[in-house]
Design a protein around this ligand. Structure first.
Ligand SMILES: Nc1ncnc2c1ncn2[C@@H]1O[C@H](COP(=O)(O)OP(=O)(O)OP(=O)(O)O)[C@@H](O)[C@H]1O
Length: 885
């Protein structure tokens, strides 16, 4: 009812829908109603004691069902509420994040707009101040020029007045001269009239007058010259005034330009202010949005609280139902007491109704039994409810744990991704450096060859003296080049090792063999696959995943650089693991056509070819090989005389036959043959001989099933006289026996013992990896011969690669899952000892010698240095030969 009310109050609410869908079970309500009405009706009709007890029992059943239904519904409701709560929280988080992002963006935009406006305003103010300063300076200049012009005008006026005065004086003088002439003429006439004495006076006066006139003329000329000078100065001043006027006009124009620029800047400023206002208003809108969202958030929280209160109500209803049940039980007990009393009454009346009493007693007994059964059922139901509650609590705790784990895993994933990116970058740079070193080395080698041919040609054409000289120089050049080539080779080795190390000292590749009905799907990217078992998909990731279409050459290409490491002085181990018939032997040895050759022949061929090249750089390599079978935890030398025909031939009974060189040299098996490998033919013969001797049987799973682990060990020792360097490396190729389920392989007696031994040694291998991955101080290598033999490669300073072979036929899916889980465990293993893989190289001292074994007497390591003859490859043996490849 509560939920119905809630639904009515919140018609659009998801929680209301959930509550109404969870609790409004009309069928259930109808059945309760029906049961109660029937009970009421029967009570009204007047029931007998017997029928009432039966009715009460039926009622108890109904109530119990009610309690069960309520419990399951309440847990379903709780789950739905939790889910809804999570969804609401996620939605709210998303909305909050969106709002925050929008707000931040708007704030950033507004800050940008504000900064731009401030910048524009500051620029405008600076421009305006500069312009005002320049206008003021120009105004000042104009005023100064105007003052100068006024001064010049005054000077001109003064000069004009001077000129006027000079003119007046001249005119006065002319007048005086005229008057004097007139007076002198009169005097002359008077003198003429008076004759004699006055002539001289007149002449003197006349001379004086002439002198005065000359002076006046000179004065006049001087005044005219000064007037001309004043006029020219006036003209100059006029020009200056004109130019000043022009300047003033220019300044006026620039003033107008500045004013228009100011107007446009003012417009810009207004625009920017308007933008700023818009940004501020959008900021206000965003803030309002945020407030609204916060309100929504709080309303969601309210809803959540409502849901929680609803939940509490449901729980209290449940409690009430339980209480009601308890009340019913009490009533039940009262009824029982009543019946007991009736029984006593009946006992009192037993004289009257003995037969009725007997029947009633029987009826009461059966009723009591039913009641006891009802009691125990109720107790069971309560216990079940408690268990369910505990389970619920446990599940909630587990869920929290899982969430924490998911978070941890996500963080680890991020770290791992970052780490892998770093590694990839480092790897790329190392690869580039390696390529560089390789090309350098190739260049040097070709240059050397060229020089040698030149030298031969010169020898043919030169005389003896010249020859000796040139030979000396060329020899010097050659030795320099050889030293450079050795240095390049050393760099290459170092870079190659760095590259292999970056990819991990233990790597796991998975190979899926072809099958028409496959339960395995190789995923894009080449590093993961999905296995389907009982309709469920299991995903796994490895360093590489090879699908059914991958050729033997492609598989070998992916391991060739690891093989190369053995030549550089490392202990390298490649082993194949998987269910019987999954393709382990096919991967390691392959079939007898060149296309189907496996890793073993291809690896030995690559090593032989590289040895030929290295010999040209003055390296001396010695190769030899052993082949050991681990069968029922006993060692057997597959290269022993007669091992192919007699199963007991080659058995090594010495429990301590496996010897590891403490200084990082070779691991040897005392009593086992080690035969020289000088070329491809000798290697092929050796592998064929070993495969003939290997224990193979037909089982229900594989017509030629390998019943033993086969360990092929190639010992490599090398020295370089020029640099006095010695190294020891090894290549260990292991074809493990197939892991299998005894019931599926249908083996019996001896074969059963074999299978048990195989499974034991594989489980010992698993224990070693488990100990390595948990980094415990004790690693149980000695628990099996197989793990003890491979110890230096697994946990020491070696480089290991495991192939997990998978048969994808659906019937083998369970075994495939086990193999993949094992491989995943190995993939997570950190096997390299401190300092990573170790190269076994010494400089100076005695050359690295192969550890002596009794079998050394049979033949020392074959000395190498010649290319294999044309067409000479490691021929593969027949399929029966699990090693021949
Ligand atoms: N990738 C593959 N391509 C083609 N054929 C394959 C491939 N892998 C395995 N086979 C074939 O499947 C069969 C069983 O393979 P194989 O003998 O290598 O299995 P196994 O794992 O060594 O078995 P066991 O442990 O019993 O020795 C062989 O006939 C082999 O040729």
């Amino acid at each position: 009812m509560q939920s119905l009310q809630f639904a009515a109050k919140h018609p659009g609410s998801r929680a209301a829908q959930l509550a109404s869908s969870t609790f409004c079970d009309s069928e259930f309500l109808a059945s309760c109603e029906h049961a109660l009405s029937a009970q009421l009706q029967r009570t009204k009709d007047g029931a007998t004691d017997k029928s009432r007890i039966a009715e009460l029992a039926a009622l108890v059943k109904v109530l119990r069902r009610c309690v069960r239904d309520m419990a399951s519904k309440s847990s379903a409701f709780v789950e739905l509420c939790v889910k809804t709560e999570k969804e609401a929280a996620q939605e709210l988080e998303k909305v909050r994040l969106d709002a925050e992002t929008t707000l931040k963006r708007l704030e950033a935009e507004s800050a940008l707009a504000r900064a731009a406006a401030a910048q524009t305003e500051a620029a405008y103010k600076a421009d305006r101040a500069a312009w005002v300063t320049s206008v003021d300076a120009q105004k000042f200049e104009v005023a100064r020029l105007q003052r100068e012009v006024e001064g010049l005008e005054e000077q001109r006026a003064r000069a004009r007045e001077d000129a006027k005065r000079s003119e007046l004086a001249r005119q006065q003088l002319e007048q005086e001269i005229k008057e004097l002439r007139k007076a002198s003429g009169q005097q002359l006439r008077e003198v003429q009239m008076t004759q004699g004495e006055a002539v001289k006076q007149l002449r003197d006066e006349r001379q004086q007058a002439e002198k005065k006139e000359a002076q006046l003329k000179a004065d006049n000329e001087h005044l005219e010259a000064s007037l001309a000078a004043a006029n020219s100065q006036v003209a100059k001043l006029q020009q200056a005034l004109n130019s000043l006027n022009q300047l003033q006009q220019g300044l006026q124009a620039s003033l107008e330009g500045k004013q228009s620029a100011e107007a446009s800047l003012m417009t810009q400023l207004t625009q920017v202010r308007a933008e700023l206002n818009t940004a501020e208003s959008s900021l206000a809108t965003a803030t309002a949005d945020r407030l609204q969202l916060q309100q929504e958030l709080s309303s969601k929280s309210d809803q959540l609280m409502l849901l929680e209160s609803e939940l509490r109500l449901k729980t209290s209803r449940l409690d009430a139902a339980q209480q009601q049940l308890a009340t019913e039980a009490e009533e039940h007990a009262a009824e029982r007491a009543l019946l007991q009393r009736q029984l006593e009454q009946l006992m009192a009346d037993k004289e009257e109704a003995r037969s009725q009493l007997a029947a009633a007693t029987a009826s009461v007994e059966s009723t009591s039994q039913q009641l006891a059964a009802a009691d125990s059922a109720r107790t069971q139901a309560e216990q079940a409810m408690q268990e369910l509650q505990q389970l619920h609590d446990k599940l909630v705790a587990e869920q929290a744990e899982l969430q924490a784990k998911v978070r941890e895993l996500e963080a680890a994933l991020e770290q791992g991704t970052a780490h892998s990116t770093e590694l990839q970058t480092a790897l790329d740079s190392v690869q580039a450096a390696l390529d560089d070193a390789r090309s350098q080395s190739a260049k040097q080698a070709s240059r050397l060859a060229h020089l040698e041919s030149e030298f031969e040609a010169l020898q043919e054409v030169m005389g003896e003296g010249e020859q000796r000289d040139i030979v000396g120089r060329l020899l010097g050049r050659i030795s320099t080049l050889q030293a450079a080539a050795a240095a390049a080779e050393a760099t290459r080795r170092q870079l190659h090792n760095q590259m292999v190390e970056l990819r991990g000292n233990i790597r796991v590749f998975c190979r899926v063999r072809p099958h028409p009905a496959s339960s395995v799907r190789c995923l894009a990217g080449g590093t993961s696959l999905a296995l389907t078992l009982d309709g469920k998909e299991h995903n796994f990731s490895f360093d590489k995943v090879f699908g059914p279409g991958t050729s033997q050459q492609q598989v070998f290409d992916s391991v060739s650089e690891l093989v190369q490491s053995a030549l550089d002085g490392y202990h390298v181990c490649l082993f194949s693991y998987g269910q019987t018939g999954a393709g382990k032997t096919y991967t390691m040895s392959g079939a007898n056509t060149p296309e189907h050759q496996g890793l073993m022949p291809r690896a030995v061929n690559q090593i032989l070819e590289s040895v030929v090249q290295l010999t040209e750089q003055e390296w001396q390599y010695t190769l030899s090989a052993s082949c050991i079978e681990v069968y029922n935890n006993t060692l057997r030398d597959l290269l022993a005389e007669g091992a192919g025909s007699k199963p007991e031939a080659g058995r090594i009974n010495d429990a301590n036959a496996i010897k590891h060189d403490a200084a990082g040299g070779h691991t040897v098996v005392i009593g086992a043959n080690r035969l020289p490998v000088s070329d491809a033919a000798s290697a092929a013969a050796l592998m064929s001989r070993a495969s003939e001797a290997r224990a193979c049987e037909a089982t229900a799973m594989n017509a030629v099933s390998s019943r033993s682990h086969c360990v092929f060990m190639l010992y490599i020792a090398a020295s370089h006289a020029a640099t006095n360097t010695h190294l020891t490396g090894s290549l260990c190729l292991v074809d493990l026996a197939g892991s299998e389920r005894l019931d599926r392989s249908m083996v019996e007696d001896m074969r059963k013992r074999e299978a048990c031994s195989i499974n034991q040694s594989l489980s010992a291998l698993g224990d070693v990896f488990a100990a390595l991955s948990s980094k415990t101080s004790h690693v149980p290598y000695r628990n099996s011969k197989l793990t003890y033999l491979l110890q230096p490669c697994l946990g020491g300073h070696g480089k290991t690669l495991m192939f997990c072979n998978i048969n994808p036929e659906p019937a083998s899916a369970q075994e495939s899952l086990c193999s993949l889980k094992f491989a995943a465990k190995v993939n997570g293993c950190e096997t390299a000892a401190k300092g990573g893989a170790k190269r076994n190289v010494t400089q100076g001292g005695a050359p690295a010698a192969l550890p002596s074994t009794p079998a050394d007497a049979a033949g020392s390591g074959g000395s190498l240095g010649k290319r294999p003859a044309a067409g000479q490859t490691l021929a593969a043996g027949p399929k029966r030969s699990k090693l021949g490849g």
